[in-house]
Every structure is written in C-alpha cells, then in structure tokens.
Design a protein around this ligand. Sequence first.
Ligand code: NAD
Ligand code: ZN
Length: 250
Amino acid sequence: MPAMLTDVARIIAGASRGAVLTGAGISAESGVPTFRGKEGLWGKFRPEELATMDAFLSNPKIVWEWYNWRRELMAGVEPNPGHYALRDLAGYFDRFTIITQNVDNLHRLAGSEDVLELHGNIYRNKCADCNRQHDMDADVDPETIPSCAFCGGKIRPDVVWFGEMLPAEAIDRAFAEAEQSEVFLSVGTSALVHPAASLPVAAKRRGATLVEINPDETPLTSLADYYFPACAGGVLPDLVAAVRNAAGTP
Ligand code: NAD
Ligand code: ZN
C-alpha cells in the first residue's frame, strides 16, 4: 500500500472529528457532468446566463426547461464507489460531516446522514419570492409554472444561483465543522467558488490535516498536507481499506 495512503489512514484512525468538502468531481464518475472539466456543462450552455434570478425573471420558461433537462440527466444516475466510501469513512470518526457543493442528492442516496448542501438540491422546489419550500420534488411544466400557495410567487428550483447568498445555517455549520475537524478532505472541487473554497483553508488554519483528491491541481494543492492526483472513486475506497487496517477492525 502506498506510504501516503497509510499515513493519511493512520491520522484518520487517530482522529475523532473530520469533515469533507465535495464538488462536482465526486459525481463525475457517476456520469454527472462537471461545470468546469473538459466535459463540463459550461462548454455547451452558459449557466451564468441561466442560473440567475435575472434569467428567471425575464424568461422563467427557459430556466425551467434547463433545470428539467438537468434533472433528467441526473435521474438515472447512481452514487459511485467514492460516495459509498465517504459514507463508510464516517464510521471511523465520532463525528464526520459531508459538506457538498453538489445539488445531485448522491451523498444522501449513498446513505450518508450528516450532509450539508451548500448549493441546495436540484430535486427540491421553492418559492422565488418567500423562499418557502414547495412540493418537494414535483415536476414543473415550464408552460404553466405553479405559484406559491402563500404569496403567489413563482416556483423555482431550490438551488443557489449566481449572485445569491448560500443558506446561512448550512454555511455557518460548515465553517464550525471545518474549524473543529482534525482531518479535512477536499474531494473533486476546483476550489474556485467562495465561500466554499475557504472551508479547507479555515480547517488547515485551525490545525487540521488537509487532504486533497483531484486529478488536477487547484489553488488548494500547495496548501494540502497530502495531495492525491487521482479520481475520487479510486482513492477513497483504498483509503477506507487502509483506515480499516490502521484501526485494526476487521
Ligand atoms: P467544478 O466543475 O468547478 O470542478 C470539478 C473538479 O473536479 C475539477 O477540479 C476536476 O479536476 C475534478 N474532478 C473531475 N473528475 C474527478 C474525479 N473523478 N475525482 C475527483 N475529482 C475530479 O466543480 P465545483 O468545484 O463543485 O464547483 C462548481 C459548481 O457547480 C458548484 O457550485 C456546484 O453546485 C455546481 N455543479 C454541481 C453538480 C452536481 O451536483 N453534481 C454538477 C455540476 C456543477
Ligand atoms: Zn411564496
């Protein structure tokens, strides 16, 4: 087993609190396209023109068509070994929080329980005016977008759009978990979008061991104590096996 993996496994086996920040990269092996990778959605569409309140106000039909297409794209998709490994890794900590920028619901589908969704969840709907959640996972016909029963506002996907604040409760807890973690993993994120990208930095500043898994280097790489230039679905199951060894559990 590679020395770096054994070192990280030993640190994890001796730690009680950990957290991970995941990005689109962890779902890439499930077949969900990333935004910025070579196969990313950016090349074909311009999310910054569709995933905004301005776009929704001026053309809600097109925005809903785009989200319905993304929902369809994600519908047949299943968690991959990377998601399952993170679920299993949690078992070696007293407390382990998954902080995700993904909206695809795959961590929950894999069975992870402590999941903070910083950018919402593409399967949920909410009111564009009063923010109340609406018919959790109902399909929306772009031709007849339903209105909020409370205020009459238009129903939109419950995801964070460009220019919008992150859900305060989720980001506050994410920073608290990062700062109290002894080990912090950054997996499959380009670490470019703040404030999420500040979480690994905050964890490291408070003394956490920082581990990064990403085939490509990011602004975080030079700060990481351990950097695995590889795919999440390959490294994470190996890491769980190594932690199992280090912890002496069968
Ligand atoms: P990003 O697209 O900016 O970066 C993805 C990163 O993953 C890249 O650095 C890439 O090198 C890396 N990567 C690619 N394949 C990988 C693999 N197999 N294992 C490990 N890493 C791999 O994604 P981001 O940092 O999450 O930020 C983009 C924004 O896009 C987020 O706000 C998110 O909400 C949104 N988004 C979400 C999904 C999803 O829910 N699955 C998909 C696309 C975009
Ligand atoms: Zn409303």
